[in-house]
Design a protein around this ligand. Structure first.
Ligand SMILES: [Zn+2]
Length: 159
């Protein structure tokens, strides 16, 4: 028996844990496989447990959540500096857009992962069905063409 996959097939993981796994860009079901292939591009399926990701519907929720979080943090500090300190305008106009853009780009993928984890935990859409066993993961990993950096042993799995 393989002990690499922590969760049993057919057993759904709780909301907080699956969202936390998605936030660190891992599969919400097993916590082993990668959730993203490229920046913001969700993989078709988990290469460790076989859970299908392609039917997720994160859509516009991750940007809304990121705007909500960063707007409150950056907005607070802009107001704080403006009211309590004598900060030059050039600093305000150059510093905050960079901070806002950088933190938005840094948060967008983890938040999208958490949203996919949320959909998985609630069984939304295609997440109603869970992978049936390790054989599914093996079959899926052979179907899905991965990039060279994703395959630890080049040449294998590329028939
Ligand atoms: Zn998985």
């Amino acid at each position: 028996m393989t002990a690499s996959v922590e969760s049993l097939p057919g057993e759904r993981i709780g909301l907080v844990k699956s969202m936390a796994r998605g936030f660190v860009c891992r599969c919400p079901h097993c916590g082993e496989g990668k959730l993203f292939g490229k920046f913001l591009k969700v993989r078709p399926a988990c290469d460790a447990c076989g859970l299908e990701f392609h039917h997720h519907r994160a859509d516009d929720l991750p940007p809304y959540v990121v705007i909500f979080i960063i707007g409150h943090i950056v907005g607070y500090f802009i107001l704080e500096l403006e009211t309590n300190y004598d900060v030059p305008l050039w600093f305000q106009l150059s510093f905050w857009p960079i901070v806002t853009l950088g933190s938005a780009l840094a948060l967008l993928q983890p938040v999208k992962g958490a949203v996919v984890g949320l959909q998985y935990a609630l069984g939304m859409g295609g997440f109603a069905t869970l992978p049936t066993g390790p054989s599914v993961a093996i079959a899926r990993s052979e179907e899905v063409q991965l990039g060279p950096s994703d395959n630890p042993t080049p040449g294998l799995g590329r028939a």
